[in-house]
Design a protein around this ligand. Structure first.
Ligand code: T46
Length: 137
């Protein structure tokens, strides 16, 4: 989907377990400025309901599973994160909703910018206005 898709990272397995390294310069389409993670989400809770104007992010589910519904004014897709070495890249002007968190799910997010509330579009109609302009260009 436009500005959105899975990125597979290396998973190094040995007899002691598994390790996934992520280096901005080699593995990501942006430099990481911020990391945050979402935990303790109860069943039937949906989070998100916004888009970003400039932010690039990679979402990784380190434990458990979570579904992400991504939309723009033309397309809509649901991605399931169920492998800690597969991240979902979400670029600018994509609406997102995160739902179906399994018990104990840990959603890690790597972000290209520091936290900035003015980069959020939290109203779906305003989002569509901006996204429509993008697809007309
Ligand atoms: C996104 C999805 C995947 C901060 O103070 N600093 C931060 O870096 C972030 C991300 C949030 N916050 C505060 C703002 C709110 O008071 O934490 C509270 C919860 O944030 P929000 O309701 O935006 O959380 P989600 O789960 O709806 O969205 C988050 C990110 O905000 C967003 O960028 O793409 O995860």
């Amino acid at each position: 989907m436009y500005n959105c898709g899975f990125i597979k990272f290396k998973k190094i397995r040995d007899k002691y377990g598994a390790l996934t390294p992520i280096e901005s310069k080699y593995d990501l389409p942006f430099e990481i400025k911020r990391v945050y993670y979402i935990t303790e989400v109860e069943k039937n809770v949906t989070r998100g309901f916004h888009s970003h104007r400039k932010l690039h992010q990679i979402l990784l589910c380190l434990n458990g599973t979570v579904k992400i519904c991504v939309k723009n004014s033309k397309e809509e897709e649901i991605y399931e994160l169920n492998d800690s070495s597969v991240g979902l890249y979400i670029g600018p002007l994509i609406w997102r909703e995160m739902f179906d968190f399994s018990e104990g799910a840990v959603l890690l997010v790597l972000a290209s910018e520091y936290y900035d509330e003015s980069d959020y579009i939290r109203n779906y109609d305003f989002y569509l206005e901006e996204a429509n302009k993008l697809f007309k260009e």
